[in-house]
Design a protein around this ligand. Structure first.
Ligand code: SF4
Ligand code: SF4
Ligand code: FES
Length: 252
């Protein structure tokens, strides 16, 4: 057993300051364990959002030493041994209180992406897909909606003004997944990605991929392929003709 200094942002609606605490640390503990110990011993009114404590609900997103992380999956032993551990709320979203932010931006963006459109003339149960198409989308469906990727993306992290025009990596990935789906009959996902959801703002820095706790290769497997598919639609005359006569061009 040892102790460690924590500096935690305390406040509401963006107004507040850092408070310092010294907390007991035991072997194998994660940052969320320490936050719970603080609540039990020194700061019962400290606000933090959590649910599963197993890296699956996506609720405990915050910033540890300035890096977006899940509090329940960040081991104390993985942090630098010296200096205080600094906990702050997600920077890209409005602060509610202490470590809790309002992530409603993400739910609004989710609603802007039309869901899967079943192919006409086929009933559920008659759908058939190649195994490679199933496997491609399975990676994207591991998303736990923690919004760490949305928080870290520089397009919105320091640029509130970009939010209306940019869906963020999580929802551009969703658009990519739907556009790659061989049975999705929605028209023009590529045009929408570029013109309505801000795909062009992404300059493939891969910061979103680096913070994803599910290790989804957001940039390499979703965003770059989506950009390539948008370019194909625009500059390949056969793809352009296919889109005009209403057939979905093959992706493989
Ligand atoms: S790769 Fe694109 S979406 Fe991901 S963080 Fe960079 S700019 Fe944002
Ligand atoms: S893609 Fe990864 S970082 Fe982004 S919301 Fe999903 S799980 Fe979280
Ligand atoms: S508490 Fe569920 S992901 Fe951390």
């Amino acid at each position: 057993m040892s102790t460690r200094e924590f500096r935690i942002w305390r406040g509401a609606a963006g107004e507040g300051d850092f408070a310092s605490y010294r907390v007991e640390v035991n072997e194998g503990e994660v940052v969320l364990d320490l936050v719970h110990r603080l609540q039990a011993t020194q700061a019962p009114d400290l606000a933090v959002r959590w649910n599963c404590k197993a890296g699956k609900c996506g609720s405990c997103s915050a910033e540890v030493n300035g890096r977006p992380r899940l509090l329940c999956m960040t081991r104390m032993s993985a942090l630098p041994p010296d200096g205080p551990v600094v906990l702050t709320p997600l920077r890209a979203f409005p602060s509610v209180r202490d470590l809790v932010t309002d992530v409603g931006f993400n739910y609004a963006k989710a609603r802007e992406v039309p869901s899967f459109v079943p192919p006409p003339g086929l009933a559920p149960g008659e759908y058939r897909m190649a195994q490679q198409d199933v496997e491609r989308s399975q990676e994207f469906r591991k998303c736990i909606e923690c919004f760490l990727c949305q928080d870290t993306c520089h397009v919105v992290r320091d640029h509130e003004e970009n939010k209306p025009a940019f869906a963020g990596p999580r929802f551009l990935m969703r658009l990519a997944e739907l556009d790659m789906h061989p049975l999705d009959a929605a028209p023009d996902r590529k045009r929408a990605a570029q013109e309505e959801h801000g795909l062009g703002y992404c300059n493939i820095t891969k910061c979103c991929t680096e913070v994803c706790p599910e290790h989804i290769r957001i940039t390499d497997n979703a965003l770059i392929p989506l950009k390539e598919r948008v370019a194909d639609r625009k500059y390949d005359p056969l793809v352009w003709l296919g889109s005009k006569i209403g057939r979905r061009p093959r992706s493989d």
